[in-house]
Design a protein around this ligand. Structure first.
Ligand code: AMP
Ligand code: TRP
Length: 345
């Protein structure tokens, strides 16, 4: 649907992403999202990173927990190395414009587009008539999150690719329908690095996810060193030694996953990791991976814990971020109101 030949957006580069405020973060979030956001901070373009609390309530959240989950994601951002002096960190719900633009986009997006969204199908399960309407229009709110800031690049894990395509379709249709060529950019997903899809430690075919009933399937950012090491020791593997090339790794999903995790944690390519471990079995590789994982995650989890003990510090960051984000967002909404023809007497 996206027609890239229409007049191009020629505004500045802006980077934006978010993580839902719904429960514990895991290694997939760290490698697929957090670590990527930190890497993008040094590119000279403004970076907006928010805590998606509006998205979180598309499934039930205990109100008294939602606030602390929001602070916990913010703590993870800071602990991973996002610098509030350079990056605008804020809670989504604190910038009212997200909800306002999402409504306009609900009237731009087509039912047929949303019917194709695989995440809704997965999350709503067998009883989709009992899912919230919000869960269905979730990707429309995501489009509003992105386009409010006229973001041009969105770092995410592989699972968000379809939502980014929908965002581009909404931007394109808005620009066309309202005769505002180039008003919204068509944002690019930035799905990069060796770990855009970290798999379960128990099943190399399933994504590492907070909804997996087995805690052994994932490494949580709150796990201590012993737990991390034990989970890696128990990770499913095969009896073969590691080969010296990715091609030779063939159809060994569990082996592929552990190599990808090692590569992402050590900022190397998977090829470099294989060159280092070729010929060795998992008996030798796993302790090295455990050591690396503990060494990389321990400072992050320690800093998260410290920050969670100082909610006032987190709140200061979030308040300042919300103020800066709202300046940009309110400007876009004012333009949209005019384009759509809302009364402004
Ligand atoms: P969520 O926790 O679903 O809000 O996801 C937050 C971010 O983490 C998104 O950019 C996801 O694409 C990314 N993410 C979630 N699970 C994984 C995974 N298993 N591997 C890589 N990235 C992931
Ligand atoms: N849907 C994303 C996820 O589950 C979170 C999210 C919400 C997001 N709004 C966004 C990601 C905007 C990037 C841009 O991972």
């Amino acid at each position: 649907m996206t027609d890239d030949s229409s007049p191009a957006y020629n505004g500045p580069r802006r980077i934006l992403s978010g993580i839902q405020a719904s429960g514990a973060l895991h290694l997939g979030n760290y490698l697929g999202a957090l670590k990527r956001f930190v890497a993008l901070q040094d590119q000279g373009a403004p970076v907006f990173v928010f805590v998606a609390d509006l998205h979180a309530i598309t499934v039930w959240q205990e109100p008294e927990k939602l606030t602390s989950q929001t602070r916990e994601i913010a703590a993870a951002y800071l602990a991973s190395g996002l610098d509030p002096a350079r990056t605008i960190i804020f809670p989504q719900s604190a910038v009212r414009a997200h909800a306002e633009l999402a409504w306009v986009f609900n009237c731009v997006a087509r039912l047929g587009w949303l019917d194709r969204m695989t995440q809704f199908k997965e999350k709503s399960g067998k009883h989709k008539e009992r899912a919230s309407v919000g869960l269905y229009t979730y990707p429309v709110l995501q489009a509003a999150d992105i386009l409010l800031y006229k973001a041009t690049e969105v770092p995410v894990g592989e699972d968000q690719k379809q939502h980014l395509e929908l965002t581009r379709d909404i931007a394109q249709k808005f620009n066309n329908d309202f005769g505002a060529p180039g008003f919204f950019p068509l944002p690019e997903p930035v799905i990069q690095g060796p770990a855009t899809r970290v798999m379960s430690l128990r099943d190399g075919q399933a994504k590492m996810s907070k909804s997996d009933p087995s805690d052994l399937s994932r490494i949580n950012l709150t796990d201590d060193a012993d737990t991390i090491a034990a989970k890696i020791r128990k990770a499913k593997t095969d009896p073969e030694p590691l080969p010296d090339s990715l091609d030779a790794l063939g159809e060994r999903p569990e082996a592929r996953n552990l190599i990808a995790i090692y590569a992402a944690l050590s900022d190397q390519s998977r090829e470099q990791v294989l060159a280092q471990f070729a010929g060795q079995g998992f008996g030798a590789f796993k302790p090295k991976l455990a050591e690396l994982a503990v060494e990389s995650l321990a400072p992050v989890t320690a800093e998260m814990r410290r920050l969670m003990g100082d909610p006032a510090e987190i709140d200061r960051v979030l308040r300042a971020g919300a103020e800066r984000a709202a300046e940009v967002a309110d400007r876009t909404v004012a333009e949209v109101r005019q384009i759509v023809g809302f009364w402004n007497g």
